[in-house]
Ligand binder design. Structure first.
Ligand code: PEP
Length: 412
């Protein structure tokens, strides 16, 4: 954080991937409204997450950060939110059982409404229009009005995030996340697959262990860790006017927190050292993550460490490697060495999705399951070689049957 940092100081730097808002007064009106709305998360929750991430950085926990590529205004119902949570809880229980470690659960949810784009415009039928940048900005329909950046969408994204968070809090603290519900988390479309059946086996073993403990006299009903789950939210801090409008001073510590999510990350396309995104994120006290693709240099990693974590706060900085399965073993080791050379132990997690994307013949973006698995294996083997901690995974996943991943359980 620079000595001149304020929630607005990012405005003095180039901000990549920002939409062109056509009407400045409409934008000012929407931001004014956002500034008056209550925070979505609280500083104390963000601090609790920082502590959990610090444990993961030391190998005492494992992070599962997961959720949709982007949330949509049209896919928003209680069932939808429950199913997204279900799949994360299901994965978390498998990881906890397999690794014997607590799993820190972080959703790409309740705020993941904006996406970076490879081109600011898209052409079809001889027409060129602004690219679709996520529902917080415009609509996917290829039509001039739908593609116009509309600041009122940021207010709608806020309200959808608030309602989503409300339900997530109710589900995770109100009984749905109870370990005794473990069978209910098996998704219908997974349940009959070999993976779903393996999950059922684990669930039955956990049931048996709980019955054994109860038979030994342990009063399981009294221990909240068996009935409640800590669940955190995260998204890419892409739309800086939105993030600034939700930045508040914590009344307890007097420090600034971006109250749009517990954890924020800076993406591969917006992590320029002199850019607005790193400037903004360097001054808020939430745990911050930074994506690192195969083009990341050791100098950049050192500078990101210094800028985001000058005080060397355990859990403050997460580095998300997304190298691609073919490059992870070559590109990751020097970056790990560079970060270690600064005297810090940042949390390293693996995003095996965004470095393995390819476009299918029909123009759809997809990934192969074997590449995803290959990158995760490569990530673990590099950390074993370096004597560092592979602290978690960052996954795009969905409860729906999609084409964005090919192979795996269903084989298509
Ligand atoms: C994302 O996580 O949605 C994303 C676009 O990732 P990256 O910045 O790594 O490309």
């Amino acid at each position: 954080m620079t000595s001149t940092w304020t929630p607005q100081s990012w405005n003095d730097r180039p901000a990549a991937q920002q939409p062109e808002w056509p009407d400045a007064s409409e934008l000012a009106g929407a931001l004014d409204e956002l500034r008056k709305l209550p925070p979505l998360v609280f500083a104390g929750e963000a601090r609790r997450l920082t502590n959990s991430l610090a444990r993961a950085a030391h190998g005492e926990a494992f992070v599962l950060q997961a959720g949709e590529c982007a949330e949509a205004f049209g896919e928003f119902s209680a069932d939808d939110i429950r199913d997204k949570l279900k799949i994360i809880l299901q994965m978390a229980i498998v990881l906890t059982y397999g690794a014997g470690l607590p799993v820190v659960k972080i959703g790409r949810i309740a705020g993941q409404f904006a996406k970076p784009r490879s081109s600011p415009t898209e052409s079809a039928n001889g027409q060129s229009l602004p690219s679709f940048r996520g529902h917080a900005v415009n609509d996917a329909i290829f039509d001039a009005e739908a593609r116009r950046a509309d600041p009122k969408r940021m207010v709608r994204a806020y309200h959808q995030s608030a309602a989503t968070l409300n339900l997530l809090r109710a589900f995770t603290k109100g009984g749905f996340a109870d370990l005794r519900q473990i069978h209910v988390w098996n998704q219908e479309f997974v349940a009959n697959s070999p993976q779903g059946q393996r999950y059922e086996q684990i669930a039955r073993q956990i049931d048996r262990s709980m019955r054994f403990m109860a038979a030994c006299g342990v009063d399981l009903s009294r221990d909240p860790v068996l009935h409640e789950v800590d669940f955190y939210t995260s998204h890419e801090a892409l739309l800086l006017p939105f993030e600034e409008a939700l930045t508040r001073k914590d009344s307890i510590t007097g420090e600034w927190y971006c109250c749009s999510a517990h954890m924020l990350w800076v993406g591969e396309r917006t992590r320029q050292l002199d850019g607005a995104h790193l400037e903004f994120l360097s001054g808020v006290r939430n745990p911050i993550a930074c994506k690192l693709g195969p083009g990341a240099t050791t100098e950049e990693v050192v500078e990101i460490c210094e800028r985001i974590d000058p005080e060397r706060v355990p859990g403050r900085l997460t580095l998300i490697a997304r190298m691609g399965s073919a490059l992870v073993e070559e590109k990751l080791p020097p970056l790990i060495q560079a970060a270690r050379g600064t005297g810090r132990a940042p949390l390293w997690i693996c995003d095996p999705m965004h470095g393995n994307t390819f476009t299918t013949k029909s123009g759809l973006k997809s990934r192969r399951f074997e590449d995803i698995l290959g990158e995760i294996k490569g990530f673990f083997s590099v950390h074993a070689q370096e004597g560092t901690v592979p602290g978690g995974v960052h996954l795009e996943l969905t409860n729906e049957d999609v084409t964005e991943c090919l192979g795996g359980g269903a084989g298509n």
